[in-house]
Design a binder for this molecule. Structure first.
Ligand code: HXC
Length: 515
């Protein structure tokens, strides 16, 4: 072909690829308040940095009318570019092309992106908007999904993998996002479920809408499937870019380290945050905000298991992961959801060398048949296992209660924490003084002339003996009892001291976390 004609052909094909499924379908996408795959990629990457790969790929199937419906790119835009100056790979499913459905060629393009991301040690972001397995292509669509699942699993812990759900994500398709590290959903326009409302109605006779079954709110509050929800696509993409700024490029890269000039390390406000009564709640987020660099706390899983607060922050410019009991919700008790939420976050941070800060105020594990029958034993063990296995720098600050098994589980030095600080208000004991007195002085109380007065007297006796941090400090379980206002300063120094920590778990194929 003559040069000029060849150039024209290229321009024509490029223009065709940019059109996706055509103007009418693009309009329909916009009418639903959704952006197209290409518009999403534009927002995701630094201006002008996106390099598309596989733009001319097409499907090979000719069945069920597909011979007349060939689209360049096969319904997924793939490539790499820069986000805040760092290389990131991404794919965006194009709902305007055959409903973004996934089949052989579409899957091959995603697999190539995952392979490149792993090979070159960069994060990968998937923008999901798809009707699922392309029905016309049959089993190759299922094979394509499995090829992706396999790669998601092998990439786990090697590079950060993030999934944004911006439309339908149903059936087995949900398992690719589920295998990645973080999921974000857009309110009102995205949903995820293994079986949709119609099947649910047939099988269980429940009537439920897509939104109620698998919308952003359901997964943020009930299932915990999504870590983040966003009001629209623009804030979703901005949110993911912000998330990425806390993460290393890969498991060997080391955490991002922003310039930090110091100053303002003493936080007097922390001296008054603990209420006078040990039964009174306070908001652990206030403590976090005082400890970390200004406005740097990015909460993960905010609406799920609110008795546990987890998220990323910066301390003296360096990324850290925070796991904190929340006394303002269910008194900060550990239950099944809080344990799995905390455990998963600990494992992500450990896999990517992000140091861990634990803020502890926990009255113990939640009692009851619901918790026992649903497996608080196995699920609580996940959090314990995750901490015990983590080799990143780990520091605990006990702000108030550290009772019972929860004292051990919440990153105690016995399970490998590097440093454990306690505030003077810390109570480190097998249980609260009231309950303890009732058990060990049962006889004295029941035979007393005034049982209530005796109980109160024994309670204060027990509290005097144990409701403080000094017995633990005397044993070295607590390294130092510190004034709350000094905590930020202590943490900056201690994490600095631990910066070159080297620790390894015993050689083995892999451990057996109680799943
Ligand atoms: C082929 C599909 C498709 C699919 C949608 N389309 N899903 N084509 N395979 N899976 C096409 C439609 O035919 C239509 O084409 C266009 O995409 C837009 O779809 P609409 O239905 O018009 O859009 P909307 O009303 O927004 O509804 C979206 C939807 C619906 C809810 C996703 O399309 C739907 O229910 N699709 C089928 C979903 C499904 O059952 N997928 C298989 C899941 S099982 P035209 O040409 O008319 O514009 C699965 C297994 C994975 O995925 C297993 C992995 C292990």
């Amino acid at each position: 072909m003559a040069h000029k004609k060849a150039m024209e052909r290229l321009q024509q094909l490029r223009a065709e690829a940019m059109q996706g499924g055509g103007d009418a379908r693009i309009e329909a996408q916009h009418a639903k308040g959704k952006l197209t795959a290409r518009e999403r990629m534009e927002l995701l990457f630094d201006a002008g940095s996106f390099e598309e790969l596989g733009q001319m790929v097409t499907h090979r199937s000719t069945l069920f009318g597909l011979d007349k419906q060939t689209y360049l790119g096969d319904g997924v835009v793939t490539g790499y570019g820069q986000i805040h100056g760092r290389t990131v790979y991404a794919f965006a499913q194009d709902f305007t092309v055959l409903g973004g459905s996934l089949a052989e060629a579409h899957a091959e393009k995603i697999c190539r992106i995952l392979d490149l991301a792993v090979q070159n040690g960069c994060p990968v972001i998937g923008l999901n908007d798809s009707g699922g397995a392309r029905i016309q292509e049959g089993v190759v669509s299922l094979g394509g999904y499995a090829d992706i699942f396999y790669r998601n699993t092998r990439a786990s812990g090697v590079i950060p993998q993030l999934s944004l759900i911006m439309g339908p994500c149903a059936g087995g398709a949900v398992y690719s996002p589920a295998l990645t590290d973080f999921i974000g959903m857009v309110q009102g326009s995205s949903y995820m479920f293994v079986t949709g409302p119609n099947v649910v109605k047939t099988v269980t006779h429940e009537e439920v809408s897509s939104e109620d079954l698998g919308g952003a709110s359901a997964h943020a509050t009930k299932s915990g499937v999504t870590h983040f929800t966003y009001v629209n696509e623009r804030t979703a993409i901005e949110g993911f870019k912000q998330l990425l700024s806390y993460l290393p490029q890969n498991c060997e890269d080391g955490v991002p380290h922003l310039a930090y000039s110091g100053g303002d390390e003493i936080r007097s406000r922390l001296n008054t945050v603990i209420p006078e009564s040990a039964q009174q709640p306070y908001d652990m987020r206030e403590v976090i905000d005082e400890l970390v660099d200004a406005e740097s706390f990015l909460e993960v899983h905010k609406e799920f298991a609110e008795n546990m607060v987890v998220g990323f922050a910066r301390l003296a410019g360096r990324s850290i992961g925070i796991i904190a009991n929340q006394p303002a919700y269910l008194a900060g008790v550990l239950d099944i959801h809080a344990s799995t939420k905390g455990g998963r976050f600990v494992r992500f941070c450990d896999a990517f060398q992000i140091p861990l800060l634990v803020l502890e105020d926990v009255p113990g594990f939640l009692p009851g048949t619901d918790q026992e029958w649903n497996g608080i034993i196995t699920n609580g063990a996940k959090l314990l296992y995750a901490f015990a296995e983590a080799t990143v720098p780990r520091i605990t600050v006990i702000t108030r209660k550290a009772y019972g098994g929860a004292y051990d589980v919440m990153n105690s030095k016995h399970i490998g924490a590097d440093m454990n600080y306690a505030w003077p208000s810390a109570e480190i004991a097998v249980m609260g003084a009231k309950g303890a007195a009732e058990i060990i002085f049962k006889k004295d109380i029941s035979t007393a002339q005034d049982p209530a007065a005796t109980w109160a007297e024994k309670e204060s006796e027990y509290a005097e003996a144990f409701a403080h941090p000094y017995r633990a400090a005397a044993r070295g379980y607590v390294d130092e009892v510190i004034e709350p206002s000094q905590t930020r300063n202590k943490l900056i120094r201690a994490f600095g001291m631990l910066e070159n920590k080297v620790a390894h778990n015993p050689k083995r194929k892999h451990g057996n976390i109680p799943l």
